[in-house]
Design a protein around this ligand. Structure first.
Ligand code: MRU
Length: 362
């Protein structure tokens, strides 16, 4: 049987923590840092079936648009392990079934669909004569998606860091860090790079109701990396801006339409409105895998609706009466007109428009 790294070994893979890790050959498994347990418990969960991966994405054990894409790619490999000896046409039918199944886990982050469609096209364009060979190629593709994601994070960090100067305080929302990617993150990669460049920066993290990705994950991650961070409740952002404590806002994105409208964690749109009112630049950091050029604008982005208990009974503590009616959209869309810049691995799109996005991604 393949060696499965212990959490201790896994955390040695990078200097601090690793969001996901494939172990072994095409019959291997996916080890995830269980983000539902952070920050109190650094625990890992092993995915050995496509259902495990689907569930991990659904309940946010693995989360953040790029990380979901990478996990889903490995989920395809896992879901096809039992079909390695099948005839090729049956194997290809299984590819369709497994990718369609994983696509139902969460609707908003386009990286999920992008990664699944890459996996599908590798299988259907592969000239291999056996299912096992195609399966090996699928593992190679999943590994490539992971490696590319790491490289995109580093490049986003390098480009975005040029926007930061010593003495700046940056507001971020949700978690767009290493925990949300296979690398150093998107929005947080900018901060990690600026700190590595010797810039003295400070981060304000919105706690990000209802699932507290800012409080639980962003503060944890920044503390791990030695970057000063101050946690605020979501409803404090306006006051903190008014007091002149924020010089720039940087968030991640789950899906960016062709005109630059950007979906991100619920509350991001409100932060962008506040930033505009206070004359503070609002920037989005995301890899090109987060763009969905099939959508002319953000109105077509599907917004995930999540369980009412996340609002009324978060983390097991009831905070609203039983039977309370709840509306719980997990994401919102910030119009491009409120976005000062989009930072990608290719550079920076200033004041995004359809034309600027098209030229940037060409
Ligand atoms: O519901 P989540 O935690 O998956 O939401 C994550 C976000 O909204 C992130 O900001 C986004 O995926 C970008 S991650 C680089």
């Amino acid at each position: 049987m393949e060696h499965v790294p212990s959490p201790r070994e896994m955390n040695r893979v990078t200097h601090l923590y690793k969001t996901l890790c494939w172990t072994g050959d095409a019959n291997g498994q996916l080890l995830l840092l269980d983000q539902t347990r952070l920050p109190l418990h650094v625990e890992h969960t092993l995915c050995t079936t496509a259902e495990d991966v689907w569930n991990a994405v659904k309940v946010l054990k693995v989360r953040g648009a790029p990380a979901i894409g990478v996990a889903a790619a490995y989920g395809v490999v896992i879901g096809l392990q039992a079909s390695r000896k099948a005839p090729v046409d049956e194997f290809l039918q299984e590819v369709d079934r497994v990718t369609a199944y994983l696509a139902t886990s969460r609707p908003t982050a386009v990286n999920l669909f992008w990664a699944l469609s890459r996996m599908k096209s590798v299988a259907s364009n592969c000239d291999a004569s056996t299912a096992a060979e195609i399966h090996d190629r699928l593992l190679a593709e999943a590994r490539l998606i992971e490696l590319e994601d790491k490289a995109m994070c580093s490049a986003i960090g390098r480009h975005g860091s040029t926007l930061l100067k010593s003495g700046m305080s940056i507001l971020t929302h949700c978690n767009a860090g290493g925990l949300a990617t296979a690398g150093d993150g998107t929005a947080l990669a900018v901060m990690f790079q600026a700190a590595a460049d010797g810039k003295d920066i400070h981060v304000f993290a919105d706690e990000t109701r209802p699932l507290l990705q800012g409080a639980r994950l962003t503060t944890w991650e920044l503390q791990q990396r030695g970057i000063p961070v101050t946690l605020i409740c979501d409803n404090m952002a306006a006051q903190v801006m008014k007091e002149g404590r924020i010089q720039i806002v940087i968030t991640g994105a789950d899906r960016i339409a062709a005109n630059g409208d950007a979906a991100n964690k619920i509350g991001t749109y409100g932060v962008a409105v506040l930033a505009r009112y206070h004359g503070i630049p609002f920037c989005v950091a995301a890899p090109s895998s987060t763009f969905d050029l099939s959508l002319a604008d953000g109105s077509g982005i599907p917004i995930e609706q999540r369980a009412s208990e996340e609002v009324t009974c978060g983390f097991g503590t009831r905070t609203a009466p039983e039977q309370t009616i709840v509306y719980n959209p997990a994401f919102d869309v910030t119009p491009a007109g409120l976005i000062s810049a989009i930072i990608t691995e290719r550079g920076i799109i200033q004041a995004p428009t359809t034309q600027a996005v098209r030229e940037h991604l060409a």
